[in-house]
Design a protein around this ligand. Structure first.
Ligand code: ATP
Ligand code: MG
Length: 330
């Protein structure tokens, strides 16, 4: 009897362990396709969907979308969702492209009539007939506003092109040389300011390589915009220092002024299009609030970064603004 019970218990245990092992194996085998479904979802999550143009989103393989199994149902539901996401992203990208193209085309089309307006105004101004003073003043205004609008249209066109991701030139550009030119121009445009330029010192300035790879005309514009800000948003007599230096693998261009600083409310939106300070808005001409948006877009297209530090009279310490542009060295 005792032996009989022992055999029963042992056989029972063996059967139990065997059944557990077989069950585990069967469940694992049935759910193994889920790993593949999870892997497909993982691949999608690694895509940069926010970055404009997308290629097709990878799908769950067809053999895992059999609607008769639970795993297949998950797979085919996932595929339907991916299909929907892909279609929406493509539609959004198309409408963005359309808007960009519209802005670019509109700016481009506006150039010709603007050039005509400027040309005719100049023609009348130069004509030997004497015009009454009121008319002369009106013509002057027409001309200066046409010049202003041309600048605005050029800025919009440039931004539209940068948005479209149009490839920039990739040539070696010497930032030290650009800084020298930019400060010389700024000197001519704002003789009332106190301009300073600091390049890496030493006996032989050629020792320090301040070349970056990029588009020379765009990088010139970055410096011109920053120096224009230091000139137009600070009172005459303000000290403005431009420094170019080499800093662990990057070239840093810094424009530092001792002006009144940027209002705290404006700082977080400084790089937004048409964001400008109240003083700029109230002033009669010139300011549109596109300057720093353009700087930001150009620097980003070169793989660089910008930092702005600014202090107004409300902040402790001296007032002033420093904009530092950091670009990877060639
Ligand atoms: N160096 C500075 N000192 C004080 N305020 C500044 C300085 N630079 C920029 N700002 C403020 O930031 C705003 C945005 O500058 P941004 O260059 O983008 O536009 P803007 O100079 O007003 O117009 P635009 O450059 O298109 O002619 C300016 O309106 C001004 O209020
Ligand atoms: Mg500006």
């Amino acid at each position: 009897m005792q032996q009989y019970v022992l055999v029963e218990v042992v056989l029972g245990l063996v059967g139990l362990v065997g059944a557990a092992a077989l069950g585990t194996w069967l469940v694992r085998r049935a759910l193994r396709p889920l790993d593949d479904v999870a892997a497909a979802a993982g691949r999608v999550s690694e895509l940069e969907l926010a970055r404009g143009e997308i290629d097709t989103i990878p799908r769950v393989p067809d053999d895992l979308t059999d609607g008769r199994t639970e795993v297949g149902q998950v797979g085919s539901a996932l595929n339907r969702m991916l299909q929907n996401v892909e279609a929406s992203l493509v539609a959004r990208h198309e409408s963005e492209t359309q808007v960009r193209r519209f802005v670019a085309d509109a700016s481009h089309e506006l150039r010709t009539p603007l050039a005509s307006i400027r040309g005719y105004a100049e023609l009348v101004r130069r004509s030997p007939d004497v015009v009454p003073p009121d008319t002369a003043r009106a013509l002057d205004r027409i001309e200066s506003e046409a010049v202003r609008m041309t600048g605005l249209v050029e800025d919009l066109l440039l931004l539209a092109r940068l948005d479209a991701g149009r490839p920039l030139d990739r040539e070696p550009v010497d930032l030290a040389a650009l800084a020298v030119d930019a400060v010389t121009d700024a000197h001519a445009a704002g003789p009332g300011h106190d301009w300073g330029l600091e390049l890496p010192g030493g006996e032989d300035p050629d020792d320090v390589d301040l070349h970056v790879t990029g588009d020379e005309a765009s990088l010139r514009q970055v410096l011109a915009n920053l120096l224009a800000n230091a000139r137009t948003h600070t009172p005459p007599g303000t000290r403005v220092d431009v420094r170019v230096r080499d800093e662990d693998g990057s070239v840093v261009v810094e424009v530092a002024d001792a002006g009144p600083g940027i209002a705290p409310a404006l700082r977080p939106v400084l790089f937004r299009r048409f964001a400008r300070g109240d003083e700029a808005r109230n002033r009669a001409g010139g300011s549109t609030g596109l300057g720093l948006a353009i700087v930001d877009a150009i620097v980003a297209a070169h793989g660089g970064t910008i930092t702005v530090t600014s202090a107004t009279a409300d902040d402790p310490g001296p007032t002033g603004t420093t904009v530092a542009v950091r670009l990877p060295r060639a």
